[in-house]
Every structure is written in structure tokens, then in C-alpha cells.
Design a protein around this ligand. Structure first.
Ligand code: KIV
Ligand code: ZN
Length: 388
């Protein structure tokens, strides 16, 4: 099949890597509900779970496989037959099954986690891909901790697993260690030095320990990766995973990158709220794209500029991500222009002097109250009329 060279595939792991957050475990019906929404969002791949890890996770992969039609359904394994057998069994109803198998690639993991050698680990990776390939055509290989792996060994591993049949090679920055230029250079090195690299899609899987998951994933696609793995709201173990809404909106906003996805971004806000409430994981108010304050303008200078033209302070329209609307928040930092806007919205059209007087009273009130709502504005106006 010919791939569109500018298409970036979105691999959602909210239900696997995201669900590893302590206290965020979901029931199978909850996972099915999220999976259906992910399908409507347009993700290309849903990583539905790690079937060997528990009977509940196994069952979730089975049920998600039945519930969705369009996306590929993926199951995680370690590089051993038992894990792969469980994944195969759990994926038996999937229209497009994928097995995601892999092993550590950094010397730290090879020595301290597996007490092994590069040669032995490489062979285990190759054997796992060959074994998975007996059951499914689509096999993704992850080189865990690739962010800290020796680049020549990583290239050797990637070449060997592609030769063994891997269709996607995942280069995880498991510990969120890399700087964007380092991660981007890794991908470029693989593109330039792995002779069979064109037979597979390179995937960016970044963690957010240094707050760089989004930047690293973008560096990945700028250097040739064509799949990004992430989660809704960026949830995940420790500091989380790449946030899907962020990378998608970066590619949409920066059209000069020439990259596109299949995502219907107008569904982001709803889905973000659903994931947050089902996982009991609040979204930080200043979270890019979906946080409560993402489209709230509160300082006088910004409000004035925004009211003159949205373009002054808005690079994404709230409706493009399904956000209810931009808001002009009234606080003690707000200016006259914002107050006038809200008073007019409530039906009060004041002249310059009247507005100046109400503004004075407004500031006194706003200094003692965190934010001012419509009732407060009504009281200010009533108070003024009574006095007048
Ligand atoms: O972060 C990681 O390395 C992973 C792999 C299991 C893909 O989540
Ligand atoms: Zn991960």
C-alpha cells in the first residue's frame, strides 16, 4: 500500500500507558465508551491494553476489538511467547489487529533490568517479532528506553526487527530524557543509516518527565517519524505521555510543516472532559488546548486587544477544538474595555463618564472578590441607580 508521505498516524494509548496512572483504572464498559469516542475522533490506532497483565485487561482488549471498526486495535506484549499468545487471543475479534512487542534497548535496561547482553537482547527482539508475525501481519516493535540507547546499537536493532517483519518501529523516550534536537537527531540517524527503514513506519513515543514530550514528538515527525503515540490530556505514569490534542493542534496550526492527521479536532474538548471524569484525573486549568483557562483572557491589555480583534490574542479558535467559547474574565486586572463589553452584553450601554464611575466601583469590588460574575455587575448597576 502506498502511504501518503505527509500523513502522521495517531496512536492513542490512553487506555494502556495512560491507564497505568495509579487510581485511574477503568472498567471494561468505561474503556469501551472512551474507545468509541477515540474512533469518532479519528485516531488510527487504539492501544487497548496489555492482555497478559490481568484478566480484566485481557477482556477489555476483547471487547474493544468488538466495539470499534475503523481504528487498528493494538495489544502490548513483552518479548516472549506467553505474552504474544495472550495478545493474539485477545485480538481475535479485531478487524485490524496489531501486536506491539519489544524489549529494552539502552545499556542500562540491558544490564540492570535484563542482566543480559546486547546480542542476546537483539535476538529476543527479533524472535518476538517473528513469532508475532505468525499470527498478525501488523507488528510494531518498541525499543524501550531508546532515548538513552547507544545510537549504533539502536540502528542495528531497528534494522534486524524490520528484517524480521516489523511494520512499525517505535522509538520510545521511556524516561522523558531527550532534548528535542537529540530526539529529532535519533530519528534522522535511523532514517539515514538503517538500510531497510523505508519498509516500516517510525513511531515517536515520548514521556513528559522534563516537560518535553510534545516538543520531542514534534521533533520526531520533523525528522521523519510518521506515527505519534500519546494520550488524551497527556495522562500517563509519572509526568505523563505526549498529549495528543497538543501535537495535533501544532501540526494544524503550523501548516508550513506540511503534515496532517485524520483527527476531527472539534471533538477534543468533550473527550478531554470524559477522560478526566472517568479517570478521576482533573485537567490543570492552564493545560494547552483543553484546560479551563486555555481561551480565557483576563488581563486588561490582553482583553482590550482581544476585543479589538480576536487575532491579537488567539492562535486557535476555541470552536476548532470544541471549546464552548473564549471568555473575558473580570478581575481586578481587567480594563474598562472588558467591563464595557460585559455590561453591554447585559443590556447596559454607558457613556464614557458613567463607565468611568462604574469602573471605579468595579475595581473596589474586584479587589475583594476573586472574579466578578453577572450578578455582581447587576448589583453594581442597581447600586449606581439607587445612588443616582
Ligand atoms: O514508554 C515506553 O517505553 C512504553 C513501551 C512499552 C512502548 O510505554
Ligand atoms: Zn510509554
Amino acid at each position: 500500500m502506498l502511504h501518503d508521505p505527509n500523513r502522521v498516524y495517531i496512536f492513542d494509548t490512553t487506555l494502556r500507558d495512560g491507564e497505568q496512572v495509579p487510581g485511574c483504572q477503568l472498567t471494561t464498559p468505561e474503556k469501551i465508551e472512551i474507545a468509541r469516542e477515540l474512533e469518532a475522533l479519528g485516531v488510527d490506532i487504539i492501544e487497548a491494553g496489555f492482555p497478559i497483565s490481568s484478566p480484566g485487561d485481557f477482556q477489555s482488549v476483547v471487547e474493544i476489538s468488538k466495539a470499534v471498526k475503523e481504528p487498528t486495535v493494538c495489544a502490548l506484549t513483552r518479548a516472549n511467547k506467553g505474552d504474544i499468545d495472550a495478545a493474539v487471543e485477545s485480538l481475535k475479534y479485531a478487524k485490524r489487529p496489531r501486536i506491539h512487542t519489544g524489549i529494552g534497548s539502552s545499556d542500562t535496561h540491558i544490564k540492570l533490568k535484563f542482566n543480559s547482553t546486547r546480542e542476546e537482547i537483539l535476538q529476543r527482539g527479533v524472535d518476538a517479532v517473528k513469532y508475532a508475525k505468525k499470527f498478525v501481519e501488523d507488528v510494531e516493535f518498541y525499543a524501550e528506553d531508546a532515548g538513552r540507547a547507544d545510537i549504533n546499537f539502536l540502528a542495528q536493532m531497528v534494522e534486524a526487527v524490520i528484517a524480521a517483519g516489523a511494520t512499525v518501529v517505535n522509538i520510545p523516550d521511556t524516561n522523558g530524557y531527550c532534548l528535542p534536537d537529540q530526539y529529532g537527531s535519533k530519528i534522522k540517524f535511523l532514517k539515514d543509516n538503517v538500510q531497510n527503514i523505508d519498509k516500516a513506519i517510525i513511531s515517536a513515543h515520548c514521556h513528559n518527565d522534563l516537560g518535553l514530550a510534545t516538543a520531542n514528538s514534534i521533533a520526531g515527525v520533523q525528522n521523519g517519524a510518521r506515527q505519534i503515540e500519546g494520550t488524551i490530556n497527556g495522562i500517563g505514569e509519572r509526568a505523563g505521555n505526549t498529549s495528543i490534542e497538543e501535537v495535533v493542534m501544532i501540526m494544524k496550526t503550523h501548516q508550513t510543516m506540511g503534515l496532517h492527521t485524520n483527527i476531527d479536532a472539534t471533538r477534543f474538548y468533550e473527550l478531554s472532559r470524559m477522560v478526566s471524569s472517568q479517570m478521576r484525573m482533573p485537567v490543570q486549568p492552564n493545560k494547552a488546548i483543553v484546560g479551563a483557562n486555555a481561551f480565557a483572557h483576563s488581563s486588561g491589555i490582553h482583553q482590550d486587544g482581544f476585543l479589538k480583534s480576536r487575532e491579537n490574542y488567539e492562535i486557535i479558535r476555541p470552536e476548532d477544538v470544541g471549546f464552548p467559547s473564549a471568555t473575558i474574565v473580570l478581575t481586578a486586572r481587567s480594563g474598562r474595555h472588558a467591563l464595557k463589553f460585559h455590561l453591554e452584553r447585559l443590556g447596559y450601554n454607558l457613556g464614557k463618564e458613567e463607565l468611568a464611575e462604574v469602573y471605579k466601583n468595579f475595581l473596589t469590588l474586584a479587589d475583594s472578590k476573586l472574579d466578578i460574575n453577572d450578578n455582581d455587575l447587576q448589583s453594581l448597576m442597581v447600586h449606581r441607580l439607587v445612588k443616582g
